[in-house]
Design a binder for this molecule. Structure first.
Ligand code: CMC
Length: 431
């Protein structure tokens, strides 16, 4: 990494200049290091939504939003989607390299043997209303894990940090499935060690005590693919939340619970649920044009869910992969979902429309994922939970990286204060 170049800022009011180093990563635009800006100039920077700010150095994921490129540890998402598995991707994100056969075997063994949830957690479920949103339950239950695993809360110990990360990857699917089963009144199902990660989750979701579960192979294949595509996405809102909470020294369970809370918003992970609701509301291909017009009207308060992205100003590469899988899943399962036609019509109409073209608004990862989940009988309220299961691999990888970062500091942004100036307190009797 070369840090020899710099950027000179001129303060014309004060007639002063100051130099700031340019930092370069392996790929991507250089960043101006402004950490000394307040000291040297007395100024702060203003950047709502952090659109121009790198908050850390990270070696995990790279995105080129203009070219539609996504790399995990240098590997293109298209190659991983075709050839890898979610658990191997989780290892890659956490460890930095693809595992050898024996490394993968031992990682899989570790994850598999941490999938059980503590029996006392079932009491938490009973405390929720049966119609509670599963993201609310998941967030609360994951946050409570710190109360169960005192043996992995010493953040100074790398072995304990790793154990906490493994526990999270292993237990989030178990807890997610338990939330779902509680909401429909089914008895809890224990994780089966003889199944691999995604199949084990599907069994925990859908197996009933009265009979075996027969799943078409495409179900696990499609879910594994969706998990790979959702596993990480550099400093997105929920990952940045995990890092911000992590910067305080909070335990990883609290950090991931905070990430789950951030993911729930409709502008982030909640979009997959919102897309399906939107497609259902549009209802018929004939009504697509009306929806596109409404999305362009700023007074309507309506946006096309599953369209647009903070970083991608090109087709989201994950959306292209999911689009193909959606057709395959529906064909293999013999599902004739009229919403697919609505989705394709909507995509076609938006991609031709000047409003969307000019703003570079393309379908994102969530535009088609809901149709696959629906075909797999996963209820709409669980869509964001699916995202959370996959993203846990990314969250824990970022949290682990942050714990080893010598430059990491507590996250503490500044503000432009716009409130009242200094004024004197007036006693109640005089107001
Ligand atoms: N429909 C209609 N107009 C839109 C949309 C949309 N989906 N997205 C952005 N715009 C317009 C927006 O009104 C603005 O127009 P103008 O320049 O005239 O004011 C312009 O495009 C730029 O929008 P922005 O809100 O400044 O862009 P952003 O980078 O802050 O927001 C976003 C990105 C993803 C929040 C936004 O595109 C959006 O709300 N999309 C719908 C929700 C969605 O699908 N979210 C999932 C994101 S991918 C999964 C994930 O990362 O979790």
């Amino acid at each position: 990494m070369s840090e020899s170049q710099s950027l000179t800022l001129t303060d014309s009011a004060a007639g002063k200049t100051a130099e700031f180093p340019l930092l370069r990563g392996t790929l991507g635009a250089p960043c101006v290091d402004i950490t000394r800006l307040p000291k040297e100039t007395g100024y702060f920077t203003y950047d709502p939504g952090f659109v121009a700010t790198a908050s850390c150095r990270s070696a995990i994921t790279y995105i080129d939003g203009d070219q539609g490129v996504l790399l995990y540890r240098g590997y293109p998402i298209e190659q991983l989607a075709k050839q890898s598995s979610f658990l191997e991707v989780a290892y890659l994100l956490m460890q930095g390299e693809l595992p050898s056969a024996s490394e993968f075997k031992s990682f899989e063994h570790e994850v598999t043997h941490h999938t059980m949830m503590h029996e006392a957690l079932k009491n938490f479920l009973g405390g929720f209303r049966h119609d509670a949103h599963p993201m609310a339950m998941l967030c609360g239950m994951i946050g409570s894990l710190a109360a169960f695993y005192h043996d992995s809360l010493d953040m100074e110990d790398p072995a304990q940090r790793r154990l906490a990360a493994i526990r999270l990857i292993a237990k989030v699917p178990t807890i997610a499935a338990a939330c779902y089963r509680y909401s429909i009144g089914w008895p809890n199902r224990y994780p089966r060690n003889n199944l691999e990660y995604v199949n084990r989750f599907l069994h925990m979701m859908f197996e009933v005590p009265s009979g075996p579960l027969e799943l078409p192979p495409v179900a696990a294949k499609a879910l594994d693919l969706l998990f790979i595509l959702h596993a990480d996405h550099e400093q997105n809102a929920s990952t940045s939340t995990v890092r911000l909470v992590g910067s305080t020294g909070a335990n990883p369970y609290a950090c991931v619970a905070a990430g789950i809370a951030a993911l729930w918003g409709p502008a982030h992970g909640g979009a997959n649920e919102a897309v399906l609701k939107m497609l259902e509301e549009i209802g018929r291909p004939e009504d697509v044009a009306k929806a596109v017009e409404k999305a362009k009207d700023k007074n309507s308060g309506f946006r096309l869910m599953g369209f647009g992205h903070r970083v991608y100003k090109n087709y989201d590469p994950r959306a292209a992969i999911i689009r193909e899988m959606t057709h395959k899943v529906l064909a293999d399962l013999g599902v004739n979902d009229p919403l697919l036609e609505v989705a394709m019509k909507l995509e076609e109409a938006a991609l031709k429309d000047e409003y969307f073209v000019a703003r570079k608004l393309y379908p994102n990862v969530d535009f088609y994922s809901g149709l696959i989940y629906k075909a797999l009988n996963i209820p709409t309220e669980m869509f964001t939970v699916m995202f959370a299961i996959a993203r846990t691999a990314g969250w824990v990888s970022h949290w682990l990286e942050q714990q080893n970062d010598p430059e990491a500091k507590i996250g503490r942004p500044r503000q432009i204060y716009t409130g009242a100036g200094v004024r004197d307190y007036v006693p109640l009797s005089s107001r």
